[in-house]
Design a protein around this ligand. Structure first.
Ligand SMILES: Cc1ncc(COP(=O)(O)O)c(C=O)c1O
Length: 425
């Protein structure tokens, strides 16, 4: 690359990624093939429209790429349709809202501090200005059990047009059948936002909400799915010409969603990213990906156990998926910001996190959130989880002792260099 400044920053970022352990549960490492697709000449192409129906010429290759991505996504998640154009998780969720809900109508999502995502109606966001959001949450934060009775009562009272199952900081499995029963009783569309766990669903390591009767599933492609930054919307129903308006009927959801994405909220699709999504879905169909997903879960359980042995109080006292949330205020009397910063010093990257009904503010919350998708891609196994838990415990205990922190940092770096990045292989 001739731009020396950017080349140096890329090299520095590669070094940072190589020499540290990535524990942020929404991050991962893509393969060289995915990187090559993102960096390809498809970035040069405008392709407004959908395969076979475009506003620009020269689509002989883009049509094939997008169709391949759609076909693979449908097989992977067992849906009637897939829209692969959404630029990211937030616009994917917004597209579903705009497809089905009118301004002022109600959408139900998980309480944000209990694990729901900002796009599920955080005050101040555009969706929250347009729609009325109501909440459900955990009945018991010690087990993570959702309060399905309260969910039904609220749904009966507020008549949501969509009920969202999905989270960014909830470590347990949801009971999708209960969501479907409640949604059917009040006439709501069931939407699963599986941004965090779609890779585990694709590998059949966790349950698929579409199998339980959900009509829509949105996901990012860059977390457990291990693809480029982007999103995917799978839906069930009849697929018809996206250029023709259709009635707002359940069976038309796929077309309503396509139209909400383009021209509803986006312009030209990012074809280089769609090519990388196609590569990602192809990789996720391979037997090796099933092995990967199972190992993510084994590592996560082991890391949770080892942390709890060392005095970390985990929200819901464990995990069923790839992530865990630790209440470091209750465990060690420090806030999540302090924990994040001290762990960063030794090369362990994770994020501060609000815990259920957190008395502390989001910028200095009571918790941290961590997970195993990226370190599992790197090749780490259960035995390595014991070592990570020990480093975390030591760093927090000796957070004011620079000598000890320097030693731990060296140990982490030496350990990391034994595990090359997938793009180095
Ligand atoms: C559950 C959930 N939905 C949506 C998003 C938004 O995705 P993006 O950051 O790609 O817009 C996230 C991101 O973390 C998420 O966790």
């Amino acid at each position: 690359m001739r731009d020396k400044k950017i080349q140096d920053l890329i090299a520095a970022e590669e070094k940072r990624q190589r020499e540290g352990l990535e524990l942020i549960p929404s991050e991962n490492y893509v393969s060289r093939d995915v990187l090559n697709a993102i960096g390809s000449v498809f970035t040069n192409k405008y392709s407004e429209g959908f395969p076979g129906k475009r506003y620009y010429g020269g689509q002989i290759n883009t049509d094939k790429v997008e169709q391949l991505a759609i076909d693979r996504a449908k097989i992977l998640f067992g849906s009637d349709h897939a829209n692969v154009q959404s630029h990211s998780g937030a616009p994917a969720n917004e597209a579903v809202y705009y497809a089905w809900v009118e301004p002022g109508e109600t959408i139900m999502g998980m309480e944000l501090s209990h694990g729901g995502h900002l796009t599920h109606g955080r005050p101040g966001t555009m969706p929250a200005k347009i729609f009325n959001f109501v909440r459900y949450g955990m009945k018991d934060v010690e087990t993570g059990e959702i309060d399905y009775d309260q969910m039904l009562q609220t749904a009966k009272k507020t008549k949501p047009r969509i009920i969202i199952a999905g989270f960014s900081s909830y470590p347990r499995e949801l009971d999708y059948k209960k969501f479907v029963a409640i949604g059917n009783e009040v006439g709501a569309v069931l939407m699963a936002d599986m941004a965090h766990i779609a890779g585990l669903i694709a590998a059949k390591a966790l349950a698929n909400p579409l199998d339980a009767g959900f009509q829509v599933m949105t996901t990012t492609t860059h977390k457990t799915l291990r693809g480029p930054r982007g999103a995917l919307i799978c839906s069930n129903g009849t697929v018809s010409n996206p250029f023709q308006p259709v009635d707002k009927k359940l069976t038309n959801l796929p077309t309503l969603i396509d139209r909400a994405v383009f021209p509803g909220i986006q312009g030209g699709p990012h074809m280089h990213t769609i090519a990388a999504k196609a590569v990602t879905f192809g990789e996720a169909m391979k037997p090796e990906f099933k092995v990967y997903a199972r190992q993510v879960l084994k590592n996560s359980k082991k890391l949770a156990d080892e942390l709890m042995k060392r005095g970390f109080k985990l929200v819901t006292n464990g995990t069923d998926n790839h992530m865990m949330v630790a209440d470091v205020k209750a465990s060690f009397g420090i806030d999540g910001k302090v924990a994040e910063e001290v762990l960063d010093k030794i090369g362990l990257t994770l994020n501060k996190q609000i815990i259920p009904d957190d008395p502390l503010p989001p910028y200095k919350p009571s918790g941290i959130r961590l997970g195993t998708p990226a370190i599992t891609t790197r090749g780490l196994k259960e035995a390595d989880m014991t070592q990570i838990a020990e480093w975390m415990s030591q760093a927090i205990k000796h957070r004011r002792d620079d000598k000890i922190l320097n030693r731990l940092s060296k140990e982490v770096k030496e350990f990391c260099l034994k595990f090359p990045l997938p793009s180095d292989r």
